[in-house]
Design a protein around this ligand. Structure first.
Ligand SMILES: [Zn+2]
Length: 465
């Protein structure tokens, strides 16, 4: 029951004639201009911030209505734009994206200069075309259109563009702190998420095309297991060498994983799909998702596509401490494991599980950690507007709540935003995405770019006016 990935996302496009006043040619030109700035973030000391300065200049001079009605500020090198709404009592709408792109060290493999902003009849080429300058510039296009056609909205609209999402998310943290300092509150946010349609075969509903709206994100935890060894001759490895004990500890964790669990977004996805779930084992279970939650979680854990959505996963990444020769016992040995925490499971839970499971004689230490996200509801003004906007521009697609597997800036805004929506309105061909997102020949088609902008205009018309 492998999920089939849709090959042609444009087969699910509709209403492409909406907003005839939308300047698609200009939008493409402005996106290409943004792609020419090498906004690669490395460290605060080694980043060339002049590329970010140039991007800021482009933003400031390209959107006259935003410039007239809004304020443009820098928080470090991150951008905060505020268009005050006419109803100060209403919580705002927060549009997120990041300015930074990953490097393009493989420039020789590209058909066009990754920072050349090449445009042809079909494509806009360049590093960041998909991740995620399309969203940054697309949000500006949508807000500019909204303001030019409707004037100041009722709801305050913020645009917040961090500088280092691919590295640290310090920019997003600072932007969120600045919003909090002002007492700002957003009803919802929109940030990058899943950007492909997929077939719901994994859920037991083959033939149903779904779009994920991620309402939470998984946490990140690197764990190190260490066993002490004295080294020496290998003729008496009484009790096992340090390396053997580390291997046994890894095996114990793999054999006693944290149990699968159905979080609210995934339960809601099964609920949304229930009438169209035709395949066992879910067919028999989705009639009452709450009563069968544990069985659904256990069954989902056996499906490759759903496994990360219902499990705290453990990837055994590194083992260190081999001896110098087969007849020598190793000294200290360690294994590093990468855990992706299910929302609702925190680092302390994972540490307690690991310590209890490996038992005596194995040291367990937490290294790098990012908490999992809050579980937001599949409800509220932003969510409902997004579902309606998807329904207009992709009418044969079913929106399903989900959980983002990778980290992103959104989580930094939990304190100032009631509903964090992670959804990329730009729907490239999955093969395009797989090759291009951090690889060579990253590009977005004019058609996909324009449709994403329309979807965001519609979302704002429904939610902000
Ligand atoms: Zn990104």
């Amino acid at each position: 029951m492998a999920a089939l990935v849709e090959r042609d996302p444009c087969a699910h496009f509709a209403a492409e004639d909406a907003y005839p006043g939308l300047d698609v040619e200009g939008a493409v030109r402005r996106l290409a201009a943004a792609l020419r700035f090498r906004t690669v973030y490395r460290t605060p000391e080694t980043t060339d911030f002049s590329a970010f300065d140039e991007l800021h200049e482009l933003i400031r001079r390209s959107y006259p209505t935003i410039a007239a009605l809004g304020t443009f500020e820098l928080v470090g090198h991150s951008v905060l734009i505020c268009v005050e709404g006419t109803d100060p009592g209403l919580p705002g709408a927060l549009l997120l994206a990041h300015q930074d792109v990953v490097p393009a060290d493989d420039a020789g493999d590209w058909a066009h200069d990754p920072f050349g902003g090449h445009v042809d009849d079909e494509w806009v080429w360049g590093r960041g075309a998909l991740d995620i300058k399309c969203m940054l510039m697309g949000e500006l296009e949508a807000v500019e259109f909204l303001l030019a056609h409707h004037g100041r909205p009722r709801r305050t609209v913020w645009l917040a563009f961090g500088e280092d999402e691919e590295v640290e998310s310090r920019g997003a943290t600072a932007l969120a702190a600045e919003l909090a300092r002002r007492g700002a509150r957003a009803a919802f946010s929109l940030d990058e998420g899943v950007s492909t349609f997929s077939d719901a075969a994994a859920y037991g509903a083959p033939g149903v095309t779904v779009a994920d709206v991620c309402l939470s994100q998984k946490g990140y935890l690197d764990l190190r297991l260490t066993c002490r060894g004295r080294g020496g001759h290998s003729s008496n490895p009484f009790g096992g060498t340090s390396l053997e004990r580390v291997c046994r500890a890894v095996a114990a964790l793999a054999e006693h994983p944290l149990p699968p669990r159905l979080t609210r977004p995934v339960a809601d996805a099964f609920r949304a799909l229930a009438p169209r779930v035709t395949e066992p084992p879910f067919r028999e279970l989705v009639g009452d998702v709450d009563a069968n939650a544990d069985q659904i979680a256990a069954a989902a854990a056996r499906v490759r596509e759903l496994y990360p959505l219902v499990c705290t996963t453990m990837s055994v990444a590194q083992v260190m401490g081999s001896a110098s020769a087969p007849n020598v016992m190793p000294g200290d040995a360690s294994a590093t494991l990468n855990l992706r925490l299910l929302p609702g499971t925190d680092a302390d839970d994972a540490l307690a599980w690991a310590r209890e499971t490996v038992g005596e004689g194995v040291e367990v230490d937490a290294l790098h950690h990012t908490p999992s996200g809050r579980l937001d509801e599949a409800a509220g003004v932003g969510y409902e507007a997004l579902v309606a906007a998807v329904g207009r521009f992709h009418p044969d697609v079913t929106v399903v709540p989900s959980v983002m597997r990778a980290g992103a800036d959104s989580i930094r805004y939990e304190a100032v935003c009631d509903s964090l929506l992670r959804f990329t309105p730009f729907r490239p061909d999955p093969a395009e995405l797989a090759r291009g997102v951090h690889g060579p020949d990253e590009r977005i088609s004019r058609r996909v770019y324009a449709q994403g902008i329309r979807l965001m205009i519609d979302l704002l018309e429904r939610s902000a006016l």
